[in-house]
Ligand binder design. Structure first.
Ligand SMILES: [Mg+2]
Length: 377
């Protein structure tokens, strides 16, 4: 194949997301996304800081570029990793397009034809939650994810009150959708370890597929104690940005399902490494995916080439602005995303849509408790 060089990095702030295009001298363009949730502007600045080091370079030496940029500073962190992830995904898109084949084909080949998704469900009241759960099942999804807490969970309630309410909400959804549907319980880090063990034990009767982030994920050893003491599988890892953090999580046996974010943990290269580390411990992978359809497209490429894929997070892409981003939307049939056959990520950006939606910056916000204290989001 004729060599080419990287000609330009084009970060794009679009709605709530940070997209990236990398242009090559031969006209090939790669697409990526950086996933530092809410911190798009600092991550865009990081991409602009890294860009000069990539100009004129061979786009095919993906791991070399990652190592050089990652090790060029004493200090790492999520903004660095978000930028590196966007670059990694775009470079894989370029490489695979130049070989005229999907990315998964270059990463070991297809391990499945379609990707099972879980869909988000919400509702302020119990009735609204159950109605939304039924609606998503009617759309064809076979797994749904929801918070067991009412939106006012941080206001004053006794421990028994809010825990009972959580048990009632999970029980009501199980009764509404039956055992043919998997329930994914998302705690959003809103309990301490003792509370999460106690609630986890009470939720065992409803057979949740996973129990996500039952406590803050920063202490893998303590999360491991929670996992050892309640008999439902924990899923965690969405905030982690490097293979070293995942290693601590896996060594502590803190999780039954690992949740790499392709746009944060080193792109497709980083998440493939995380998946292999998890495979060696019989842990399955549930990629985190709260971003644009570019993130979803990248997740599918990962899901399609690893043996230990379990479920794919999916937030729905049928409404604007997401529905406008791709020339041809990703195919979703009965709750499964189809693994595409097209080269690269298998997507093309709609240039008009890129002009259509202004940047939506994150507003700093987290719940304040009944006594005025700051709560976790
Ligand atoms: Mg989560």
């Amino acid at each position: 194949m004729k060599p080419t060089k990287i000609a330009k990095l084009e970060p794009i702030l679009w709605d709530r997301w940070l997209l990236l295009k990398i242009h090559c001298e031969d006209g090939t363009t790669g697409i990526g996304e950086g996933g530092v949730h809410g911190w798009q502007r600092p991550t865009k600045t990081m991409l602009e800081t890294m860009a000069p080091a990539l100009l004129g370079k061979d786009p095919s030496t993906i791991e070399h570029h990652y190592q050089w940029l990652y090790r060029s500073s004493h200090f790492m962190g999520s903004v660095v990793q978000g930028a590196l992830s966007a670059i990694d995904i775009a470079l894989w898109d370029i490489k695979a397009k130049r070989f005229d084949t999907p990315i998964y084909d270059l990463m070991g080949g297809k391990t499945r034809d379609r990707v099972r998704c879980y869909m988000h469900v919400g509702g302020h009241t119990l009735d609204e939650l159950v109605a939304d759960g039924r609606a998503k099942v009617a759309q064809g999804f076979t797994a749904i994810r929801f918070s067991p807490f009412a939106p006012d969970y941080h206001l004053h309630k006794s421990y028994a009150e809010w825990a009972d309410e959580a048990v009632r909400r999970v029980g009501a959804l199980r009764e509404a959708v039956g055992n043919a549907i998997d329930l994914c319980v998302e705690i959003h880090r809103q309990m301490n370890p003792a509370e999460s063990i106690w609630l986890g034990r009470r939720l065992e009767q409803f057979h949740p597929y996973f129990y996500e982030d039952p406590m803050l994920p920063d202490s893998p050893a303590i999360m491991g104690e929670v996992q050892a003491q309640c008999n439902i599988p924990i899923a965690t890892g969405e905030r982690f940005a490097s293979i070293f953090e995942y290693q601590q999580l896996l060594d502590a046996r803190a999780t039954s399902y690992i949740r790499p974010d392709v746009c944060l943990c080193g792109g497709l290269s980083g998440s493939k490494k995380v998946a292999a580390m998890a495979e060696a411990r019989h842990v399955k992978v549930i990629p985190h995916n709260p971003l644009s359809p570019i993130s979803t497209a990248a997740c599918i490429q990962l899901d399609a080439c690893i043996p230990n894929f379990a479920l794919q997070e999916y937030t729905g892409e049928a409404a604007p602005p997401k529905s406008d981003l791709l020339v041809k939307p990703l195919e979703l049939i009965d709750g499964y995303l189809t693994v595409p056959d097209e080269p690269g990520l298998g997507i093309e950006l709609d240039e008009e849509a890129l002009e259509k939606y202004p940047v939506e910056d994150k507003i700093l916000d987290t719940p304040i408790g009944f006594d005025g204290s700051v709560q976790d989001r």
